[in-house]
Design a protein around this ligand. Structure first.
Ligand code: 2AM
Length: 176
């Protein structure tokens, strides 16, 4: 099953993020209830590995912490995506490393990519990305109040021609 571990956005944060892309004239906006900060993209995971992953995430001892969304940016030529950035945080880096090590221990092969924490707000097809210019004029000024991360979530990603649909498979409270 195509899956990933992420931090879901609280409703009020997601609503605020949704308003950022209100004026976009092209591209596909990510719906508020699909917004998340990915800690580890796992790709296709075998059912047995998923069980081990679930056990490992349940056993993880990490406390809750705060994150702050700060700045806007883009990935890819065109660009392909618009995202909200995340203020550097040792707690966030620690939980991301922990999730990666749990995934590897469960037998999941995780890509070695630099962790650039972000929340994707919109995706663009070729030729659409220019529309991002209007939104990026607010980039420097963009910043939200910090919010507390109380849990991490294991999601399944179901791909279809109209985009990905995310399903919550399990939630893991951060109790320390
Ligand atoms: P993105 O939002 O920047 O595209 C589910 O696809 C989540 O995993 C998304 O948040 C996506 O990031 C992230 N992700 C990281 N690496 C990925 C990859 N190689 N393929 C698809 N999604 C990836």
């Amino acid at each position: 099953m195509r899956s990933f571990v992420a931090i879901g956005m609280p409703d009020d944060v997601a609503e605020t993020l949704w308003r950022v892309t209100r004026g976009l004239k092209a591209g596909r906006r990510v719906e508020p209830d699909a917004m998340h900060l990915t800690l580890a993209f796992l790709g296709d995971v075998a059912v047995q590995d998923l069980e081990d992953l679930n056990d490992g995430l349940e056993a993880m001892r990490v406390g809750s912490f705060e994150v702050r969304l700060l700045g806007l940016g883009t990935f890819g030529p065109g660009p392909r995506t618009l995202w909200a950035g995340v203020a550097a945080s040792p707690e966030l880096s620690a939980v991301q490393k922990k999730v990666l090590s749990v995934a590897r221990a469960a037998g999941v092969i995780v890509e070695r990519r630099r962790f650039v924490p972000h929340v994707t707000l919109a995706r663009f097809r070729e030729g659409e990305g220019g529309a991002v210019g209007d939104v990026l004029t607010q980039a420097g000024a963009f910043g939200l109040s910090p919010f507390r991360v109380e849990q991490v979530t294991l999601y399944a990603s179901h791909l279809s021609p109209s985009g990905a649909r995310y399903e919550v498979l399990a939630e893991y409270p951060l109790l320390g």
